[in-house]
Design a binder for this molecule. Structure first.
Ligand code: NAD
Length: 279
């Protein structure tokens, strides 16, 4: 039986710590402010943006909502970002992705000032992470590190295998585990003998985007398994990239879906906002 790493409890701890910091900042006359821009009304984006607003309210961060129409041009969006970059009362800027197809996502990410890049997607933030400089870190992988640390799971010297090499999860995850002195292997769709590589892992982080792909045959007994995936199965129930029922009996620790990595992403976004507010 594995220890179940409870992302709901850990994310609540983090949010409560942030709430105290924000209250302290208020006594010093500083109000932390996040601007969230949503272009169009994709239903999934509306849910994510709503959750971010709720988290801001809970912690005491002021949130500015820019809900702008689907037809907004790239220039108009860049104009809003430019205005927010120059506004000293705004500490974090987040553009909910994906943006409509007529807008170049890369241009938008690059336009956000690195000092307000609370998503950690700007090339300057990614570069800072890779050379060990201060900068904002992508929220989901940062959340995974917090889950491990706050569950007293040692990273230093451990075999860490990350499946997935996306810019927002796999790559920053690997850099963060390396920063924590793990011995890191990155696997992807072209990896040969995926099972054999995964079986080396003391810590296995799964961010593939394929429902329940990783079963017990990929996992070393006693390993820590972190499931980043989010999907709905045939019956509409949420599930991850890991087949929980198969892996849980042999893992040492495991994150469930829902209630594992998911709640950490917003908590770490809030953490980045508070850091931005303290700069
Ligand atoms: P992505 O599709 O950008 O990347 C998937 C990666 O998996 C790719 O690098 C690919 O090389 C690798 N891959 C695909 N098939 C593979 C295979 N058969 N064997 C080995 N590697 C394979 O996905 P992403 O944005 O990194 O997200 C991964 C998962 O995490 C998705 O399910 C996504 O919904 C979820 N996600 C969750 C959160 C959260 O807050 N919990 C945040 C972001 C993403």
């Amino acid at each position: 039986m594995a220890h179940i790493i409870d992302g709901k409890v850990i994310s609540k701890q983090i949010k409560d710590e942030l709430k105290e910091k924000v209250a302290q900042l208020k006594t010093e006359g500083k109000e932390v402010c996040l601007a969230v821009i949503q272009v169009g009304n994709d239903p999934a984006s509306t849910v994510y943006v709503g959750n971010k607003k709720k988290a801001c309210e809970y912690i005491g961060i002021k949130s500015l909502a820019y809900e702008i129409p689907e037809e907004t041009t790239e220039e108009e969006l860049l104009g809003i970002i430019d205005k927010l970059n120059k506004d000293d009362s705004v500490h974090g800027i987040l553009v909910q992705l994906p943006v409509p197809e007529h807008i170049d996502e890369e241009k938008i990410i690059n336009a956000i000032s690195p000092s307000k890049d609370v998503d950690g997607f700007h090339p300057a933030s990614v570069g800072a992470l890779s050379i060990g400089q201060k900068g904002f870190v992508s929220c989901t992988p940062a959340g995974v590190i917090q889950l491990l640390k706050r569950s007293n799971i040692e990273i230093a010297g451990k075999e860490c295998v990350v499946i997935g090499r996306s810019n927002i999860v796999g790559k920053p995850m690997s850099m963060l585990l390396l920063r924590e002195n793990g011995t890191v292997t990155i696997c992807h769709s072209r990896t040969k003998d995926l099972k054999e590589v995964c079986k080396r892992a003391d810590i296995l982080v799964v961010a593939i985007g394929k429902p329940k792909m990783i079963d017990a045959s990929y996992v070393k007994e006693g390993a820590t398994v972190i499931d980043v995936g989010i999907h709905r199965d045939e019956s509409g129930k949420l599930c991850g990239d890991v087949d929980f029922d198969s892996v849980e009996p042999i893992a040492g620790a495991i994150t469930p879906v829902p209630g594992g990595v998911g709640p950490m992403t917003i908590a770490m976004l809030m953490n980045n906002c508070v850091e931005a507010g303290m700069n």
